[in-house]
Design a protein around this ligand. Structure first.
Ligand SMILES: *Cc1c(COP(=O)(O)O)cnc(C)c1O
Length: 231
């Protein structure tokens, strides 16, 4: 089932790219495996997935040693400062940075492990109370401040769009994220690229791709519904 789901998602990505005049290799599919067992991740791995997304530090720590080392783990959930040390050398990209204090901790833990941490800035594009992330207005200043930290590299932006039944309703938000990334790129800040836009989930990844997503995070569409609360 997972293999078939993956094939379908990959085909949808191709179609969305074609519609938008983009190359499919511009879009990375992250299989969001939160709450799902190692056996299911192995199935996706066998079907070719190497990028997996988790939203809890504990889950990355549990799964990491049980799975092949060529997997790239993406930290996509809210990250507490006191847990940064556990994943700093395990996560290939931290998608959810929304404060200078968190970035400072990431930089200092990265220094201890002699690595450079790749991060995205999480934008709460629809100003939803229930979500983490900063506003568009705060983004440039935060990026400038984070850019000064030695062991961190800002690679782009991430957003979790509102839960909607019609994905078209989120098109404006994806467009705003892309526009914001262009504005930030224009500032030519040292240590900062805006090469990654992580946006789009099961319900809306095709629209996100049409609006410029370079990473889509798909959970339900690959692994099926989550029966425990995974968010
Ligand atoms: C759970 C989650 C996803 C995947 O959501 P689906 O709707 O199951 O595709 C993507 N991004 C984040 C940050 C998540 O927490």
């Amino acid at each position: 089932m997972i293999k078939e789901n993956l094939e379908l998602v990959r085909q949808n990505i191709k179609n969305a790219c074609e519609k938008a005049g983009r190359r499919p290799d511009e879009v990375t599919l992250i299989a969001v495996s939160k709450t799902k067992p190692v056996s299911m991740i192995k199935e996706a791995y066998s079907a070719g997935s190497r990028e997996f997304g988790e939203n809890k530090v504990q889950e990355i720590m549990d799964k990491y040693p049980q799975l092949p080392s060529d997997i790239h783990w993406h930290m996509i959930g809210h990250l507490q400062r006191n847990k940064v040390k556990y994943i700093i050398d395990k996560a290939t990209l931290i998608h959810s940075v929304d404060s200078l204090r968190l970035a400072e901790e990431i930089s200092s833990q990265a220094e201890k492990k002699q690595v450079t941490a790749n991060i995205l800035i999480e934008i709460n594009i629809a100003h939803e109370e229930s979500k983490f992330g900063i506003s568009r207005e705060e983004a440039i200043q935060l990026v400038k401040n984070i850019a000064k930290l030695p062991h961190i590299s800002v690679k782009g932006l991430m957003t979790i769009a509102p839960f909607v039944t019609n994905p078209e309703d989120n098109r404006k938000y994806f467009r705003q994220i892309r526009e914001l990334s262009v504005d930030i790129a224009k500032e030519n800040i040292d240590n900062v690229t805006m090469s990654i836009l992580s946006m789009g989930m099961t319900g809306d990844y095709m629209v996100a791709i049409e609006e410029g997503a370079t990473m889509v995070r798909v959970g339900t569409g690959i692994f099926g519904e989550r029966n425990t609360q995974g968010d």
